[in-house]
Design a protein around this ligand. Structure first.
Ligand SMILES: [Zn+2]
Length: 180
């Protein structure tokens, strides 16, 4: 996908969405300075969403990032909910507190776990609806659960609980998909 295609795709799901190249952003470089203390692959291996802005590593240009964008745009919508539906930036300060600080940044960041689970569940449903194999979507959900539970996400919640929560949500998404 080109940057233009990504913007077009993302705006189908939230009209405020804007996609940028992470490598070109001074804000992302500033953030990377701190995040790389616990996540070495932050700049080249992770997309980051702030408010209505999605930052994609330059290396990923040309790939099909639809599924990833579904996940990232869900974070934009989560921000919007935190701002009572007005705009992602209205909700961003509250989102940031929930995502980063409550109840404690490491080990007890329940909302970071919850927001990642919710965003990925959206992407699982999208993948299943797009005709992807159940087993391949499930195995991706399991591997993302491990990533979320790791230092890459600053260990938000006990790993076994994260994995259990992801598993339970995946089965719920699957039931919904099979029923539809
Ligand atoms: Zn995410």
């Amino acid at each position: 996908m080109t940057l233009e295609e990504m913007n077009k795709f993302a705006r189908c799901f939230d009209s405020s969405a804007k996609v940028f190249i992470k490598d070109d952003s001074p804000l992302m470089k500033f953030l990377a300075f701190f995040v790389r203390l616990f996540n070495k692959r932050f700049s080249a291996g992770f997309a980051t969403t702030i408010g209505n802005r999605v930052y994609i590593p330059k290396l990923w240009l040309g790939r099909d990032l639809s599924r990833l964008l579904i996940h990232e745009v869900r974070h934009i919508q989560q921000c919007r909910w935190c701002g009572l539906g007005i705009h992602p930036w209205v909700g961003f300060p509250f989102y940031l507190i929930l995502y980063g600080l409550l109840f404690f940044p490491i080990g007890l960041a329940f909302f970071r776990y919850l927001f990642e689970l919710d965003a990925d569940a959206r992407a699982w449903a999208w993948s299943l609806n797009s005709g992807e194999d159940t087993s391949s979507v499930r195995s991706r959900s399991e591997s993302f659960a491990k990533t979320v539970a790791s230092w890459d996400y600053l260990k938000p919640w006990p790993a076994s609980w994260v994995e259990k929560g992801f598993k339970k949500s995946f089965e719920k998404v699957l039931v919904g998909f099979n029923r539809a």
